[in-house]
Design a protein around this ligand. Structure first.
Ligand code: MG
Ligand code: MG
Length: 257
């Protein structure tokens, strides 16, 4: 079931997404060698609640395997869904931080991969290409295009640069709940898939590996790592489909400017 959003709903989603973006910027400022990932999680949880939001990852998937924290923090070879803990960040790590917030009944979802101190040129390039691939995909997130156009653009951009695209995890529709239809894969065929319509809101989130595309799932039920132990990057924006140009509801401006 795909829910098209009105302009008013899209503005509410923009508010939620800007809260996510501001949270990621706070985390970016705190990232440094010696900092534990659980301390970053506490910072985000406090920041979100102080601003009237609800961190939507916490308790996601009810039951024994409910996600225990407010951020997913995935270091180096961890692709996504890393559980914050005692790990101390060290110089040269890359750290993907994924954040979701609900406020006024609507959700925001965005992710950014940060550098801890000075990172190798190879990893810097991985981050640059993954972020550029996200914007390549977004350029096709307009009325009249298809999901496959977004997917293909991301895959093509990353594979041309020598990287691989994770298959098991994909982007998604988003609205009153974090995960709505449709799926938004980071690989696919141009001209195929669901036709994009004005008012659709989707999270586009390339997960790109330096080595093999293959991943393994951790015993904790969440952590996803590359099979070869090589690093992985993750950038995500929530966007609204419009005529002519995508409307990016989250922003990296708070992080980068
Ligand atoms: Mg996310
Ligand atoms: Mg997402």
């Amino acid at each position: 079931m795909i829910y098209l959003k009105t302009d008013d709903e899209i503005e509410l989603m923009r508010l939620a997404n800007h809260m996510v973006s501001k949270t990621l910027a706070e985390i970016g400022k705190a990232i440094a060698p010696g900092v534990t990932t659980i301390s970053l999680d506490k910072l985000a949880d406090t920041f979100i609640r102080d601003h009237g939001g609800i961190p939507i990852f916490k308790g996601y998937r009810v039951g024994k395997l409910a996600f225990p924290n407010s951020l997913c923090i995935s270091v180096n070879e961890t692709v996504v869904h890393g559980i914050p803990g005692d790990y101390c960040l060290k110089e040269g790590d890359i750290v993907s931080v994924d954040c979701g917030v609900k406020i006024n009944g609507y959700c925001g979802d965005s992710a950014y991969t940060f550098c801890v101190g000075e990172v190798s040129p190879e990893e810097k390039r991985l981050l640059k290409i993954t972020k550029e691939a996200l914007y390549e995909g977004i350029s096709y997130a307009v009325e009249g295009k298809r999901i496959g156009d977004i997917s293909h653009a991301i895959q093509e951009y990353c594979e041309r640069s020598g990287y691989s695209v994770v298959r098991e995890l994909v982007g998604h529709g988003i609205g009153r709940v974090m995960h709505e239809d449709p799926d938004v894969p980071n690989y696919g065929k141009q001209g195929y898939g669901l036709l994009l319509r004005k008012g659709m809101c989707i999270a586009i989130e390339p997960m790109i590996n330096m080595g093999t595309k293959n991943v393994k799932f951790g015993k904790d039920g969440w952590t996803v790592c590359t099979c070869d132990g090589k690093p992985s990057a993750h950038f995500e924006h929530t966007v609204a489909i419009r005529r002519g140009q995508a409307d990016i509801l989250s922003t990296f401006d708070y992080i980068e400017n």
